[in-house]
Write a protein of this length. Structure first.
Length: 128
């Protein structure tokens, strides 16, 4: 197991024990570890998403905004701009933008997330 994976596992253990402070600390250590792989590495995005999740549950949405944008950039480059994997981050970023008065950006992000979710639920060509 790579160090970043071990740190994520430790963070999840702390989360199960209810220690949110240590959960956040270990997830941030995992981010630092994955930053060594480069700014476009999907492992970095995975670790950023873990911190974003903790920040969201703790109400630290403003702190999460930059991380969400970074994670989305990595995910879009890796999977494409319409991949279902990114819809959660699009929705969360839309919520943050809405709360910060960036209403037009929030609408655009929410529409993108909804379009991805709709496309995911439709049968592929040749199915049905």
């Amino acid at each position: 197991m790579e160090k970043w994976q071990a740190l994520n596992s430790e963070a999840m253990e702390y989360h199960r024990k209810g220690d949110i402070e240590m959960t956040e600390k270990k997830f941030m250590e995992a981010v630092k570890e994955t930053e060594k792989f480069g700014p476009d590495d999907i492992r970095l995005s995975e670790c950023l998403d873990n911190v974003i999740w903790i920040y969201h549950t703790r109400g630290k949405v403003e702190e999460a905004e930059g991380m969400i944008r970074q994670s989305l950039r990595i995910q879009e480059k890796a999977y494409g701009p319409e991949n279902e994997y990114i819809s959660w981050n699009l929705s969360l970023l839309a919520d943050i933008c809405q709360g910060r008065g960036k209403l037009e950006e929030a609408r655009e992000l929410r529409k993108r997330a909804e379009n991805i979710e709709t496309a995911k639920s439709l049968p592929s060509a040749g199915e049905g």
